[in-house]
Design a protein around this ligand. Structure first.
Ligand code: G3H
Ligand code: 13P
Ligand code: ZN
Length: 312
């Protein structure tokens, strides 16, 4: 089937109490690892491309890789999404260039400017049959000095969501409930805890509306240990507990973004491979186990965290 939008995926996910995995793609092995896992488990998927991915791999290469995945997996529903679109022009370029979904990330702007920008993207996207994710609230970064009021100020304010969605016409909303980007999400020794109360309140105010979680890698410790054992240095890398992600997926969260875990799954295995085969220099030799590591990790997410296996 051709690329799909997320509309049908999210409707079924909301009703079924599961979430669709949104995985960042940057090269062929990542696209293959993810889509093989999805095809084998019959899980619909969102392949997402960041501004950085477009700068690294080029729009044409990425869309053609995704096109190849569509051809190779004719039954698999795939949406192609722009992750963290920084401005109208980038969103337009992706809409014109074959994406079926875009995110406009105006979360760092004042409310009125965020509304104005998102509305402009929505109008253009909807005219072209493309759906739009917008964001309210900013995700904490790893270096943030966490004192409660500073932390609170970055969470999504539930009292703003109805007006934001009504005025922008966006199709899904990313919210900040304590997740963050990268591999160092919580201070070692602290207890990671997402703000389910905010998610609950948002979903009461927007019944049936798909919510998105960014920064949702769980940072599997097996890969962190592999990296640290074989020459890396990532002490204290900690992610979102998988049981909390599963809980969010049962609620209004319909899209869960995962990128760092793909990087860890790939890097850990490549580091191990080089340590064990110092004389090898054929990229196919080390990228094959790296691709397989992504595939197995993604399968685990689809079945045990997102709950989206067997859904097509
Ligand atoms: O949220 C950001 C994603 O992990 C993409 O990261 O901008 O380095 O491609 P990137
Ligand atoms: P992670 O860094 O937790 O993988 O988050 C990825 C993300 O939100 C992409 O938009
Ligand atoms: Zn993100």
């Amino acid at each position: 089937m051709p690329l799909v939008t997320t509309t049908e995926m999210f409707k079924k996910a909301y009703e079924g109490g599961y979430a669709i995995g949104a995985f960042n793609v940057n090269n062929m092995e990542i696209v293959q690892g993810i889509t093989e896992a999805c095809a084998e488990t019959r899980s619909p998927v969102i392949l997402q491309v960041s501004k950085g991915a477009r700068a690294y791999a080029n729009h044409t290469y990425l869309t053609k890789l995704v096109e190849a995945a569509v051809i190779e997996n004719p039954e698999l529903p795939i949406a192609l999404h722009l992750d963290h679109g920084p401005d109208f022009e980038t969103c337009k370029s992706c809409i014109d260039g074959g994406f079926t979904s875009v995110m406009i990330d105006g979360s760092s702007l004042p409310f009125e400017e965020n509304v104005k920008l998102a509305k402009r993207v929505v109008e253009y996207a909807h005219d072209h049959g493309v759906v739009v994710e917008a964001e309210l609230g900013t995700l904490a970064g790893i270096e943030d000095d966490v004192n409660v009021s500073a932390e609170d100020s970055s969470y999504t304010r539930p009292e703003e969501v109805e007006e934001f969605v009504a005025r922008t016409g966006c199709d899904s909303l990313a919210i900040a409930i304590g997740t963050s980007h990268g591999a160092f999400k919580f201070k070692p020794g602290t207890k990671p805890q997402l703000r389910f109360d905010i998610l609950e309140e948002v979903s009461k105010r927007l019944p049936g509306f798909p919510i998105v979680l960014h920064g949702s890698s769980s940072v599997p410790q097996e890969f962190v240990e592999m990296i640290n054992t074989y020459g890396g240095a990532m002490p204290g890398a900690i992610g979102v507990p998988e049981d909390q992600l599963r809980e969010a997926a049962r609620m209004a969260v319909c899209k869960i973004n995962i990128d760092s875990d793909l990087r860890l799954a790939m890097t850990g295995v490549v580091r191990k491979y080089f340590a064990e085969h110092p004389d090898h220099f054929d990229p196919r030799q080390y990228l094959k186990p790296a691709r397989n590591s992504i595939k197995e990790m993604v399968k685990h997410k689809l079945i045990n965290v997102l709950g989206c296996d067997g859904k097509f």
